[in-house]
Design a protein around this ligand. Structure first.
Ligand SMILES: [Zn+2]
Ligand SMILES: [Zn+2]
Length: 362
């Protein structure tokens, strides 16, 4: 079938064009997308693509066709897409690290073998093997999670990346405890979800840190108890860290989460936590930066989790239930919606910080 899709051109830009989709193979599912999230990672994919790739890695829609070996969903069923797919039997999977699956995981296997869809007769890979900035996509069965009718498509589209990353980093990785104090550096799509997951975990002080005071209203709605604005000339956030520590008798917070994707602040969460505290780098910074080892003093832990250690079959049902009982706010996170043809505007609003979370309606 044919589908309109946003395709990165391999030169740093993208265009919305018509692509051909093959029928799903035995272990694949054809999904008609209804909503797709817009994420900073899309900009990285676009900038880093050396050849064409279908953009988008957050999405929800309806199953339109399934392969012979697909049994957990049926045609017509609403689904959420997840890029954390696992085989269940490799070295990492049997040790409980499904997100690091060595067979189907992000850096291996299917992620790169997924170029079965075509553009003018050429193989066309999909971003994170999903390619959700498209009217339809064909994905592996493991990427498809049944979605309850109670969760609207636009809200569901957020679950597959920003929400899972933020929530999982707090609940699965840091294991924030009731009564804890937490600093959240950066109140964008992921940071806001760290804030609400910390609230859901019972943290009693949640300090939202940002350079943009316009972000604090939503941060507070999601659970932040304190706001600290980053002042001028504080690129490594050391002065901001001192300011936050002052709120806790000079000690710092139990946990700090970095959610900015800015290399300069990669070490910063260590400066915000108390001795023995836990610093979590949520945003996936992977550049080389200067690192003052004294920041680890004393007994501090620094963790760099992937996708909040997502276990799709455990975490998504938990997130659906938290949404249904009103603890997890999703609709409130969507500040802007767009049509696929307006994707460049969506990217622009995200770059400038105008949107907290934009969603393309398909
Ligand atoms: Zn994302
Ligand atoms: Zn595996």
């Amino acid at each position: 079938m044919r589908s309109s899709a946003a395709v990165a051109d391999g030169l740093g830009g993208f265009a919305v064009s018509v692509i051909d989709l093959d029928d799903p193979g035995p272990q694949e599912v054809l999904v008609e997308l209804k909503a797709a999230g817009v994420c900073h990672t899309d900009l990285d994919v676009m900038a880093g693509a050396a050849s064409p790739v279908v953009l988008g890695h957050e999405g929800a829609g309806v199953v339109r066709a399934i392969g012979a070996d697909v049994h957990h969903v049926e045609v017509g069923q609403p689904v959420l897409l997840t890029w954390a797919i696992a085989c269940g039997s490799c070295f990492a999977c049997v040790r409980g690290n499904q997100v690091l699956c060595e067979s189907l995981g992000l850096d291996r296997g299917y992620a790169h073998a997924g170029a079965t869809r075509s553009l003018g007769g050429h193989g066309l890979p999909r971003s994170f093997h999903l390619g959700t900035h498209s009217a339809a996509t064909v994905v592996r069965r493991e990427a498809v999670v049944p979605l309850p009718k109670s969760v609207p498509f636009a809200s569901a589209a957020l679950l597959g990346c920003a929400v899972m990353t933020g929530y999982g980093s707090v609940v699965n990785v840091a294991k924030v405890h009731p009564g804890a104090s937490v600093t959240v550096i950066g109140c964008g799509g992921v940071g806001l979800n760290v804030i609400q997951a910390a609230r859901i975990s019972g943290a009693t002080r949640i300090v939202a840190v940002d350079t943009n005071p316009g972000r604090f209203a939503l941060a507070n709605r999601l659970g932040a108890t304190d706001n600290v604005l980053v002042g001028p000339d504080d690129p490594f956030l050391r002065r901001t860290a001192t300011e936050v520590a002052a709120l806790f008798a000079g000690r710092g917070t139990d946990y700090a989460f970095e959610c900015t994707a800015r290399p300069m602040v990669g070490a910063a969460p260590l400066a915000f936590v108390r001795n023995g505290g836990t610093a979590v780098q949520v945003s996936g910074i992977e550049q080389e930066i200067p690192f003052d080892m004294a920041l680890f003093e004393w007994d501090k832990v620094y963790i760099n989790p992937l996708y909040g250690k997502c276990r799709p079959s455990v975490d998504f049902p938990a997130l659906f239930a938290l949404y249904e009982n009103g603890q997890l706010l999703l609709d409130e996170l969507i500040t802007h919606t767009y049509e696929l043809d307006d994707l460049s505007k969506a990217f622009e609003d995200m770059r400038s910080g105008r949107s907290a979370k934009g969603v393309v309606m398909l």
